[in-house]
Each structure stands twice: as structure tokens, then as C-alpha cells.
Design a binder for this molecule. Sequence first.
Ligand code: PMP
Length: 290
Amino acid sequence: FHDRDGSIWFDGKLVPWRDAEVHVLTHALHYASSVFEGQRAYNGKIFKLTEHSMRLRKSAELLGFEIPYTVEELNAASEEVLAASGLTDAYMRPIAWLGSEKMGVSATGAKVHVAIAAWEWGKYFDEEKAKKGIRLTIAPWRRPAPYTAPVHSKASGLYMIASLSRKHAEDTGFDDALMFDWRGQVAEATGANAFFIRDGVLHTPTPDCFLDGITRRTVMDLARKRGVEVQERTIWPDELESFEQMFLTGSAAEVTPVGSVGPWSFEVGDLTRQLAKDYDDLVNGRIPNA
Ligand code: PMP
């Protein structure tokens, strides 16, 4: 991914894509002292940019370091990267990490670095598969308890279990994995939140040990605007068979219908399709901001 043209915003200025490098003795590489964002631009406008910039700062704070840029400066940097990319529709990746100024578990003395890249990234899941609903397996790893890790930070370290679970899914012929939490409750997918539909009501797990996604909150608002009841609550796996529809939400995944989780299958129904369309209309500015 490093060998391409373009520019990356790196510690305050744009540098050529190929020159945006870090040293092998970077604290973040050894000890996962790194947090990131995933945001998309549609028609030249970055959707919910301020929310993403705020979350990046919050994620760092939860890991005990402060990003040396304000939300306004981060917003301006993202805008600058998008403009330089020449893209109107892009996926964007801001990342903040502790550098190579020192070595050892102690983070004291390591500097906070920030970079932002933008590239063209179509659908997160294969579009043809998504039409019928993607196929999930159950992840072999569970989301950790809030007393085990800073679970509300979009911290790279937490993506070890996500990446391992996604690998397990791909190795066994699935598109992604549904993760349970440490109690065994339904949590989320490896890079997106989960929603279920039964009798016209939307159900989603309470985000007490995983990200309360920006897309998740947006879709809950869109559903309520349509008069759909939304229940945020504990969901145990034995309830999975009773749901009629399921979909995932995320800045990258947008609204992606799910066709099955292991042995349980779901239809891609009207409400899933309606919410996917509402989300698409919203991000493309065809309906006012939720
Ligand atoms: N959970 C995980 C593990 C994710 O990586 C993401 C994507 N950032 C989400 C949920 C959804 O968050 P958002 O809607 O803010 O992109």
C-alpha cells in the first residue's frame, strides 16, 4: 500500500505518499500505543468529520496521550488531505501514535505523531455478496471486558482480536465474524456494529464494551425518524434464531445486510433496504443531516 503516488499529511504537513515512513523502533509498533479513525468523504464532503476528529482525540486520551492538534486543526488537516487527493469520494485514515524517540514499555518521553491518508475504497464488503446478505461466522475471540482494556478507544491494540477473527472467517469461507463479548453476549462484527430486526423493531446490543459507532447512532436516528422502535439492550446468542433481518453499520461498511450468522439465516428485507437507502441519501446530502 506504500508504493503509490499522492500525499499523506504527516505531523503537520503533506509529504509524498512513499515518504510517509516510521522507524522500526516505534513505540506503537511494539506496544500498540496507537489510535485511529476511519471516515468517508462523499461528493467532496467528509461525513461527520468533527465527530471523527473528536473521537480520535478521545481515543488517545483513553490511552493516556494527548494529540497535539485541536479538533479544528484535525478537521482542517483532513480537508487538506482530501483536496490534495483530488478525490470526491474517499476513505480516510487519520492515525496517531507514539514514536521512536525512546524504547521500552514506558511511554514517557515518546512523542505523539499524527498522519492522515485518503484513498479510493469502494464498498467494504463485496457488493454482489451484500445484495444477498454477507455470511458471518462466530468469532473464536471475544470482546474484552471494560476492566481488561480501554474498550471505548478506537485503539489499534483492540484490532488484534478483530484481525484474528476476520482471518478465521476468511480461512473458513465466510465474509466476516460476529463477535461475542466476555460475558458471551452478542457484541459486534470485526469492524462494524450489529443490528437485528424482528416484527418491525430494531434491536442492537448496548455498546458497553465496544465502539458506539458514529454510523450506529446515525442509523438509530434514521430509524426513529421513520417511526421505527429501536431497542438498545443485552442480546444473547440464543435469540439470534428469532430475528428476521440483520445488518452491520460502520463508516467503511456503511449499512451492509447480513444473510447468515453460522446456522442462522436472515432475509434482506424492506426495513434493512430502507435504512441502507436512508443512510446513502444522508451521506450524499440528499436528505438533511440526522
Ligand atoms: N466497531 C468496530 C470494531 C469498528 O472498527 C468500527 C468502525 N470504526 C465500528 C464498530 C463502527 O464505527 P463507526 O460507525 O464510527 O465507523
